[in-house]
Structure formats: C-alpha cells, structure tokens
Design a protein around this ligand. Sequence first.
Ligand code: NAD
Length: 482
Amino acid sequence: MQRQHYIGNAWVAGRGGQRLPVVDPSDGTVVGELARGDAADVDAAVAAARAAIGEDFGGPWGAMSAAQRSRLLYRFGAEVAGREREIADLEALDTGKSLRTARADAAALARYLEYYAGAADKLHGETLPYDRGYTVLTLREPHGVTGHIIPWNYPIQIFGRTVVGALAAGNACVVKPAEDASLSVLRLAEIAAEVGLPAGAINVVTGYGDEAGAALCAHPGIDHLSFTGSSATGRLVAQAAALRHCPVTLELGGKSPQLLFDDADLDSALPVLVGAIVQNAGQTCSAGSRLLVQRSIYEQVLERLAGRFDALCAGPPALDLDMGPLISRRQLERVRGFVARAEADGLRVAARGRVHEQADPAGYYQQAVLLRDVPHEHEIAQQEVFGPVLAAMPFDDEADALRLANGTDFGLVAGVWTRDGARQIRLARKLRCGQVFVNDFGAGGGVELPFGGVKASGFGREKGFEALRGFTVLKTIAIRHG
Ligand code: NAD
C-alpha cells in the first residue's frame, strides 16, 4: 500500500520525496508507506483549499448554496454507508481495532454525514431586538479554510465530527491524519471526490506531527484549527495558533470518573463500566478510566468486576474479541510503564485479562488490568494512560465522591450511577466536565450530543449542532434606517 497526499482531488507526491512506514499493529509488519509531508506540501494543500473557497467565496465550493452542500454530503454519506465494510476493513488493518468496532465507527461516520448534511441548510443567523430606528441581524459565515489534526484512535469518527461539520458550515478543509493511522482518511477524501465534492474541498497531507502538523498550525492560510489528541500537543497547537490569532478548538484527553453509589443497579452498571474502559483497548479520550465506588459496596463490586476482567481477551481484529492490539510499540511501552510503576509502588492488581493464543507475539497486545485501592494522588489516578487500565478507589459520601471526581487536571466526561433523582441532578450540576451521563456512559456515541472538555481536556465543542457554530464566524450587521 503506497499512498501519496490527496490534494485538489488528486494523488500528489510529497515535494520532499520522503516516506514513512504503515505498520500493522496486530503483528508489527510494515504493510505500506505514506508520504512524509512537509511545509511545502501543506502549502500546496492550503492553496487548493483556498482555490475551492475562492476570492470572496466565489470558488466552486465557496459559491455553493447550503442546499447544494447538503445534497453532496448526503451523497457522500450514502456512499460511506454502502462501503461500510471496505472502510471498516481498512480501519481495522491500520489501527488494530476489532472488526466489530471498526464497523461501528464506519456506521457512525455515515450517521455524521447524514446529520451534518441535514444541518447544513438549517444553520442561520438571527434578527436582534434593538432601537426602533435600526434593524440588526447576524450572519453565520464560514471561517474559510479550516485545518484538522486527527489522532490515531478513531480516525474515521473524528473525520466525521470535525471535517464533516466544517464542510457543512461551508469551509474547505486541510486534514493532517496521525502518522500511525492515515489510510482511512485518505480513502475518505477519495470517496468524497468520487461523489462530486469539488477539488480542494477536502485535502489530506500525511506525515509527522512536528513536521506536517506544525506546518499546518503555522500556515497563515488556515483560518481555524481543530485539534484532537494529547493535552501536551494541544498546548503546542494553541500556542502556534495564538501567534497568528487563529481560533482553535481543542479536544484533548481525559481521566473520566464513574461514580457508583450503593443504591445503583449493579447488574446494569457493571457491563457498562467494563465496556467504558476496554472499548478500543482503552484508547478513547472519554474512556471511563477511574472507578469511584461507595465504600459499603466496594468489596462486592471489586469482586464482581474482577470476574469480568479475568475473562477479557485481547487478540487480532478478525477474531472480534474484547480488544485488539494497541496502536504502536510506543503506546504499548507507555501503557506497560504505567502498570509497572503502579505495581512497583505497591498498588494491587485485582484482576488481569489475557491475550489470545492466536495473537502474534510481535503484535502490540495489552491485557486489561483492574487496579484497586488506587490513591487519588497516584499518577495512575491522575494521568491519561490510554490503555485498558481501570483505577478503582472507594469513597465515603457524596461530597467525597465529588472531590475525587473533580480532583484531576482533566474534565471531559463523568458517569453517575444512583437511583436517587435529587443526587443525580446535584452531581450532574457540580461535576466539572463537558458531558455527564446518569446511569449510563457514552450513550451509544451520540452524534447529536455536543462533546468537549474543560481544563486540560480542552475547549470548544464538537458533535451536534453546537459544533457548527464553532465552524462559523458570527457577523453582526446593524442597519440604521430611522
Ligand atoms: P499526539 O497528541 O502527539 O498526536 C495527535 C495528532 O497530533 C497526530 O496527528 C500528530 O501527528 C499530531 N501532532 C503531534 N505533534 C504535533 C505538533 N507539534 N503540531 C501539530 N500536530 C502535532 O498524540 P500521540 O503522541 O499519538 O499519543 C500520545 C498520548 O496522547 C496518548 O497516549 C494519549 O494519552 C493521548 N491521545 C489522546 C487522544 C484523544 O483523543 N484525546 C488521541 C490520541 C492520543
């Protein structure tokens, strides 16, 4: 599999001629090569996007009506739905995720396309009450050219929630997928061209973050940046954007807590608690990676959870087990480092899953790990591991639970498990994060539900109609007519 950049609806060789390997995480073999983009490639992609928008929005994409964009996005969505299998197979090969997960991701992308196609012609400004001698109205205009930096954990879903939203709002996009997983995003750009999106509406430059990614952040032709990834890189992206006053949306990591009270329905909670940390082998920004359990049920819950963790199995995507491999050797070593340091510090492993006997020893497999009695200050309770590692700890009462839940640098998602309605509302209001789920976690993905964080989890919102507001600039027009 040899891939070039995809710029202006065509495959384009990198200006510098450098390449980088595509590695299959299930066995560590090199299965292809990508172009290793640099500033010159980013420049070409931005030029293609600017031409699609055109001077004064007169280009082939910029001049389109919202209804025309909507029709094209519906067509794109139908094509993705029809090719769900092909897209999922590519995603599973590139990321190592199970086929089941990859198919769910492809179905979610089709749904993003359907949702944002439907929303494109319903995004509008308002008229505002003001002095009687004026008529004041607001327009929602596209930024122009938006830059999108995508991580490796959910390439096609994140394409759906950032690139598709930006297109629906009328922007042309330059996308830098992750060096560890670029194949599906390249294929999506190609499909978009096949269904009729004009040249330059979607451009993809592959390569490393500190080369192609940094060049995208610094490019004066980018009018808005959308970044999903680690908090550390998010800071670099925001700094680069600040230097040229470019608006930015950051969707960063999390250390999301699940608060389990003694009146919760454990039969419905336990499978969700496990799924929330092993989904995508724990490589999910909103993973429920901290479990806070009321002390009166702590031993009972740990015992039942341990049984479930013992049964978890990681293996190749085609076997469709609980988890596939992690994305890379680097990520595997990072996760193993967290677990090894926790054990060296005397933390107790309550349960450990297994790796399937058919898994290639050269693949990047990590067993699920349940750690108990984790001190709140320990790094495994404070930092994003991005692997299938659940840190459990007891709490005494509601105030204690809230203190622990809010006591990290992050604030992305929280789960509250209780039958007490007043407590549900109290906690939902006091938890410092972007999403709260009550007696559930994740709510099936929720294309319609605004998503994003506070604190080190970032700012700005993706998903839902709210995302479209971020991909537009609000202009106020005041007309004095007396
Ligand atoms: P990362 O944040 O470095 O990479 C994400 C994306 O940013 C990639 O496309 C990368 O090429 C790009 N990038 C890297 N440096 C850049 C720079 N200087 N300028 C512009 N773009 C740049 O993440 P990683 O190194 O692949 O993973 C490290 C950790 O980040 C993980 O262990 C995990 O904790 C976290 N992470 C979080 C998410 C998330 O969805 N919140 C996704 C991926 C990784």
